[in-house]
Design a protein. Sequence first.
Length: 111
Amino acid sequence: MLNKNNNGQIGDTLTWLIATVIIVAVMVFFIFGASTLGQTKKIGDYKRSLFSEISFEGDDLFLKKSLFAYNFVQAENKRERMMEDLIKWEKEGKFNLLLNETKIEISRRGN
């Protein structure tokens, strides 16, 4: 008598298992796609499409923020260390704008 009821339970279980596997596969596909497309737009870097080259558009926020902080520091030894670091980072190519031109621009705005 118990064997007659097992067919319905097996069919129902297989239906839910297959549906769960399909749902998980679709979720993985969309998560992978979203993370791949999300890599096209980062702060400071911009790609027109997934396979295009990275181009710079806009301001160099890190450089400008650092120069604003440099203008507000009162201690001369801290200012010198900050400028040494900024010059070193510019030589390493970490900035998208020129240090001296941006420094002049920031100092004009501050006055």
